[in-house]
Unconditional design. Structure first.
Length: 173
């Protein structure tokens, strides 16, 4: 059989099947299962974050198991716990060091709204410093809530229009 020919078994298997999609949709589908999180953990919610890698929850199913501990390798920053006013510029610098596309998850009541701390030193929500894509409620949030937030982020990633770098059109090819 010459290169490029399909055997009878392959032809029977494929039949009249064809897969058609837009390139940006395929990239969105692949990108939603390859999230590289950067945990910006500051408080007690970090214990719940650690439980996400355990057997009952298994965040690896969603393609987000291996945390990156440098913002230059991450595309999702998970702000986990209380952020003080002094930590605000640090959080902004970490966010600025991330490459595009980048997403933000506010993990817990303290990261989302400042929590039960109503004083001068606690930031009343990280959305005053950086844009937030997904809020995960709870104090501390249950792992199921975090997985729901991660699935909401995946839906958002897949639904976004993906930028195609270097795309000049197929007519020139």
């Amino acid at each position: 059989m010459a290169d490029g020919e399909i055997s009878r078994n392959d032809a029977a298997l494929l039949g009249d099947t064809a897969v058609l999609t837009r390139l940006d949709k395929a990239i969105g589908w692949a990108r939603k299962f390859s999230i590289f999180p950067y945990p910006f953990a500051t408080a007690c919610c970090a214990m719940e974050y650690m439980s996400l890698s355990m057997t009952p929850y298994d965040i690896d199913r969603f393609g987000a198991l291996l945390p990156r501990f440098t913002p230059r390798q991450a595309d999702l920053i998970m702000v986990i716990g209380t952020v003080t006013v002094r930590q605000g510029p640090i959080l902004k610098r970490v966010y600025d060091q991330m490459v595009e596309p980048k997403w933000v998850m506010a993990f817990g009541a303290c990261a989302s709204t400042g929590g039960f701390y109503d004083n001068y030193s606690t930031l009343p929500g990280i959305d005053h410093i950086i844009p937030v894509d997904v809020y995960v409620p709870g104090c501390p949030p249950r792992p199921e809530s975090v997985l729901d937030g991660l699935m909401a982020l995946q839906r958002k990633i897949q639904g976004q229009r993906q930028k195609l770098l270097g795309h000049r059109g197929l007519a020139a090819a």
